[in-house]
Write a protein that binds this ligand. Structure first.
Ligand code: ZN
Length: 116
């Protein structure tokens, strides 16, 4: 059986059925709106690079300014290419999760990169 309907939020019955715009549970009589259950997926965080290009997961970017890295004498130099970025919910202003050659996994700010 495909899992078409969510469980009843009242009694966890799996016998909910569609009743117009609502879902209804024959076990306890509870009725609810499926829309309210779903998170608003349209409100996504748009991440833009230093010049306003919209970035996406998997993009290759170029670092536009030197970045100091703890434990590294040189840090990341401007012009360093970073492949396969992943956008994340901002952590202290850092909204890109990536791996930098020679440095490993780290977080970057979208304001210091440019889409390659
Ligand atoms: Zn129920």
């Amino acid at each position: 059986m495909p899992d078409l309907f969510p469980l009843c939020p009242e009694c966890s019955s799996e016998h909910a059925y569609e009743l117009g715009a609502l879902l209804a549970c024959p076990m306890c009589g509870h009725e609810w709106s499926r829309d309210a259950e779903e998170p608003t997926a349209d409100v996504t965080h748009v991440v833009k690079d230093a010049v306003g290009n919209v970035l996406a997961d998997g993009d290759t970017v170029v670092v536009t300014t030197s970045i100091k890295v703890k434990g590294s004498p040189s840090g990341i130099k401007a012009g360093t290419k970073v492949r396969g970025i992943r956008l994340i919910d901002p952590v202290n202003g850092h909204d890109i999760d990536c791996k930098v050659d020679g440095f490993g996994a780290m977080l970057l700010k979208s304001s210091v990169v440019k889409k390659a």
